[in-house]
Design a binder for this molecule. Structure first.
Ligand SMILES: Cc1cc2nc3c(=O)[nH]c(=O)nc-3n(C[C@H](O)[C@H](O)[C@H](O)COP(=O)(O)OP(=O)(O)OC[C@H]3O[C@@H](n4cnc5c(N)ncnc54)[C@H](O)[C@@H]3O)c2cc1C
Length: 374
């Protein structure tokens, strides 16, 4: 590729998070010319803050009852797609994505509603009853939980880096540090639309908005953007090899918090949810709350050294289902936004659905259509 600045592309994707990057790769794999434009650096948004859990069954607890089973099915399909994609990323780039189907264990922590949820997933044979003492201290008590063997996790930052490397290797383009400020759509759909930056412009035949919680700033429909910011704060603690060995599984899920053991001997506690908050400042009260909640899952966490705290802004949406669709106003515009708590999980399936929509105009599954808001 030449060093000349790009002025034209077939498809421009706005946003270099996990959604924009997996979609760019899916399009490139189908031989489409594609450019990702990222305001900051890849994974600088929610994708870089995510825990990386791939746990569709446990996420059901957070989804509205209507549509929950369908979302679960989409989540499970996407988890299966991760298996092949993660293997390909590692093989082609040498990056470790951290993908593992390590299993996830839910513990009720005395919350009846969550206990009912766990009993329900066991009754449906999505999980197995599991007894653990979490063998961690003097006062060991046996606890009943629900184990979902096939669920797992991935490392979102390394995965975004691997996606960017493979995209470029396959001839895709990526520009970082360039916020799109405005889009002008041609009235005539056959001529290109234009993306405007501070001192530059790029013409594209098709444009995809994958800019996460920033979606409302470039939204083009006649009704208000349904995506809203939801701040999430998380904590990383240090773990010794001996403590890691005592963990029954690497992922623990409770009613209001989760714990992930990351491969490099770190233990992640996540995450708060503040609807409407679009700032990434770290709140000490939130750290305390996370530790209190995590202690109910795993009593020894309060004794672990604190490594860091961070926050990210999720692209929230009321029904927890992303918008994966073409604009109702401009034929050249598409949306891949609103992945809320599950963008990492749903990325490969979203990329597949969007690529098929963009290239072959294949119908998008009803839960992801834009028309559900009109
Ligand atoms: C604490 C926390 C924990 C989470 N844990 C999980 C989890 O375990 N599993 C899971 O599946 N999901 C999880 N999530 C949710 C997940 O992170 C999001 O759903 C997902 O990252 C959304 O991806 P995205 O690419 O749409 O958005 P982002 O990652 O936010 O990417 C959007 C990108 O667009 C760029 N951008 C914005 N505006 C512009 C512009 N005008 N021009 C150019 N670029 C622009 C931004 O800089 C950003 O990089 C978690 C989120 C948080 C905050």
């Amino acid at each position: 590729m030449s060093d000349q600045p790009i002025t034209e592309t077939h498809i421009a994707i706005i946003g270099g998070g996990i959604i924009g990057l997996t979609l760019a790769l899916a399009l490139r794999q189908r031989n489409v010319e594609v450019l990702v434009v990222e305001a900051d650096h890849i994974a600088s948004g929610a994708s870089g803050a995510a825990a990386g859990m791939l746990t569709p069954i446990f996420e059901m607890h957070h989804w509205p009852a209507k549509g929950r089973d369908r979302l679960k099915n989409f989540g499970q399909q996407s988890l299966d797609l991760w298996q092949g994609l993660a293997e390909k990323l590692s093989a082609e780039t040498g990056f470790e994505t951290g993908f593992e189907r390590c299993g996830a264990l839910g513990l009720a922590c005395g919350v009846d509603l969550y206990g009912d949820f766990l009993e329900n997933i066991i009754a449906k044979k999505w999980a197995k009853a599991f007894t653990t003492n979490l063998g961690l201290g003097q006062k060991q008590t046996h606890r009943q939980g629900a184990l979902v063997a096939g669920e797992g996790q991935i490392s979102p930052v390394q995965t975004c880096q691997a996606l960017a490397v493979l995209l470029k290797k396959m001839g895709g383009a990526l520009i970082q540090g360039m916020p799109v400020e405005r889009i002008d759509f041609s009235e005539n759909n056959s001529s290109p639309s234009t993306l405007y930056f501070l001192n530059r412009k790029i013409r594209a035949q098709k444009i995809i908005l994958a800019n996460g919680a920033g979606a409302s700033r470039l939204w083009q429909e006649e009704f208000a953007c349904p995506v809203f910011p939801v701040k999430g704060q998380a904590l990383m603690l240090g773990l010794t090899a001996e403590q890691a060995k005592k963990m029954p599984v690497k992922l623990l899920r409770g009613p209001d918090c989760y714990i992930c053991v990351k491969s490099d001997r770190e233990l992640l506690i996540g995450a708060t949810e503040h609807r409407g908050v679009d700032e990434k400042n770290i709140e000490e009260d939130d750290n305390r709350l996370l530790l209190e909640r995590a202690e109910k899952l795993l009593p020894f966490v309060s004794r672990l050294p604190r490594l860091r705290a961070w926050a990210g802004i999720r692209p929230g949406i009321a029904d927890h289902a992303p918008i994966l669709d073409q604009s109702q106003r401009f034929a050249a515009l598409y949306y891949a936004i609103g992945h809320y708590r599950n963008g990492v999980l749903l990325a490969p399936l979203s990329a597949q659905i969007m690529a098929e929509k963009i290239i072959s105009n294949k119908a998008v599954p009803a839960p992801f259509r834009l028309s559900r808001f009109t």
